[in-house]
Design a protein around this ligand. Structure first.
Ligand code: ATP
Ligand code: MG
Ligand code: MG
Ligand code: MG
Length: 459
């Protein structure tokens, strides 16, 4: 089954079960300034869960575009390292707003996986929260899941959107990709490897967490589920990695052709194929590269992609050329990709052109310094220079460091940043004193890519 057919099968199955099909909302949450990006299907329904907004239906189903590249759910560092994490992905979800609860949520999920998609039961593994006897009983006594493929976990089975907001205990379904893939079952020491891959999370929305950390019961217990489309596509297409599914193969081929790389398993190519999705969709949803907030996260993702192209030996502007391939793959489901193709390409191109001016020099500086590096820590002063003069966000330098088994001296970086602030303040004072006489207006100093908050938690 192709990704597009799986999406349809999911929406249709739940529509038949009385769910209203609701279109994906924007990646920029309309109702929540505390949230960087839409990171789950439930985000557009947050106020409905909280009882603040009523809707003309109490069952909904959606395929929601999500970005997890900052804030509470941040998978940026996982991209290129696991088979299952993207910065951008689609989350299939069914929702009950005070209608059905644990029993039906579990039954629907099981029926969809084993009857509609016809997955073999002995490849599935189920977890519930340690405290949740009710869900455990439904799974074991009613559905008949084997105790050999069942575990009760703690934090992994409690889901929350962010530090505040709706949350609750969850039940998760994993797919066993087989003994030839390294990794252990959920709850074991090496469960973060790619053998047992979490495909579906059923959240029993029962609480709202307030800013002081307290849990308050929701007006009506509800259900929020999320299944990664790319992960279930990998299962159904008989491959072990999301990057091997139809959609990613097409993007990888397009990327490989542009940057001159035939090895579709090459990590940098995967990063590029991942990043073109998040960057294009963010721009389509109105985010533009900038030095703060959402725009800064976008800038960081673009620069990472560009650096990976550079690493593959491709020194020309290339990233924007992938929008075409993406629009071919996803334009039917998301017509805005085609409508805004020009805007997306222009924004990417501009950003890449700007970064291309300093990337080569920055890499040369870094390589020179690393050639004589003692120990395995990149000095803070250098991390700062790369950031300040060459436009390397620290997470980009971190990405390079990780590839080479090195770490960053972050306290040293902070010190260098502080010293720069002091100098800027002094320079500002000087300018103020002499501006009138010398007309220095417009000659403001370039202060690099400074942000106000810690990177990644900019909002
Ligand atoms: P994992 O433990 O694998 O990081 P998660 O527990 O963080 O996943 P949830 O927050 O429960 O994920 O999200 C619901 C579903 O969305 C997951 O079961 C998975 O199928 C999918 N998903 C989550 N994060 C990603 C991602 N970064 N890329 C692709 N799919 C994802
Ligand atoms: Mg995760
Ligand atoms: Mg998980
Ligand atoms: Mg989960």
């Amino acid at each position: 089954m192709k990704s597009a057919q799986i999406r349809d099968a999911f929406l249709n199955y739940f529509a038949e079960q009385g769910h209203t099909i609701v279109p994906s909302s924007s990646l920029v949450p309309g109702n929540d300034p505390t949230l960087l990006f839409t990171n789950a299907g439930m985000v557009q329904f947050k106020d409905t869960f909280l009882g603040l907004e009523s809707r003309p239906y109490n069952r909904a189903v959606s395929s929601q575009r999500c970005v997890r590249a900052g804030g509470k759910h941040n998978d940026l560092e996982n991209v290129g390292y696991t088979a299952r994490h993207h910065t951008f992905f689609e989350m299939l979800g069914n929702f009950s707003f005070g209608d059905y609860f644990k029993r039906e949520a579990i039954q629907f999920a099981w029926e969809f996986l084993t009857q509609v998609l016809k997955l073999p039961e002995d490849r599935l593994w189920v977890t519930v929260h340690i405290s949740d006897d009710e869900a455990a009983d439904i799974w074991q006594k009613e559905v008949g899941v084997s105790p050999d493929r069942f575990s009760r976990l703690d934090e992994d089975n409690f889901w929350q959107m962010g530090d505040t907001g709706p949350c609750g205990p969850s039940s998760e379904i994993f797919y066993d990709h087989g003994a030839d893939v390294p990794g252990g079952p959920p709850g074991s020491d090496n469960d973060d490897l790619d053998r047992y891959i979490e495909i579906w999370n059923l959240v029993f929305m029962q609480f709202e967490r307030s800013a002081d950390g307290e849990l308050h019961p929701l007006p009506r217990p509800s259900v929020d589920t999320g299944m990664g489309l790319e992960r279930i596509a990998a299962v159904l297409q008989g491959v072990h990695s999301n990057y091997e599914i139809d959609l990613f193969q097409a993007l990888l081929k397009a990327a490989g052709k542009i940057v001159g790389c035939d090895d579709l398993e090459e990590k940098s190519l995967r990063v590029i194929a991942d990043h073109i999705r998040s960057c294009s969709f963010l721009i389509a949803d109105g985010v533009m590269p900038s030095n703060e907030g959402r725009g800064f996260v976008l800038r960081r993702i673009i620069r990472r992609a560009v650096r990976h192209g550079h690493k593959l030996g491709h020194k020309q502007i290339f990233f924007y050329q992938l929008v075409e391939a993406l629009a071919e793959q996803m334009g039917d489901a998301y017509p805005e990709l085609r409508e805004k193709q020009q805007i997306i390409e222009n924004a990417l191109r501009k950003e890449e052109e700007q970064f291309a001016k300093t990337l080569d020099k920055g890499m040369a500086l870094l390589d020179d310094a690393l050639a004589t590096l003692e120990g395995n820590e990149i000095p803070g002063e250098l991390v700062f220079t790369l950031h300040d003069t060459y436009g390397f966000p620290t997470d980009l330098t971190q990405d390079i460091a990780r590839e080479r088994g090195l770490t960053l001296d972050m306290p040293g970086y902070e010190e260098a940043m502080e010293a720069q602030r002091q100098r800027a303040r002094a320079a500002g004072k000087f300018k103020q004193e002499y501006a009138g006489a010398l007309d220095l207006e417009g000659a403001t100093e370039f202060l690099g890519y400074e942000t106000t908050g810690a990177e990644g938690t900019v909002l």
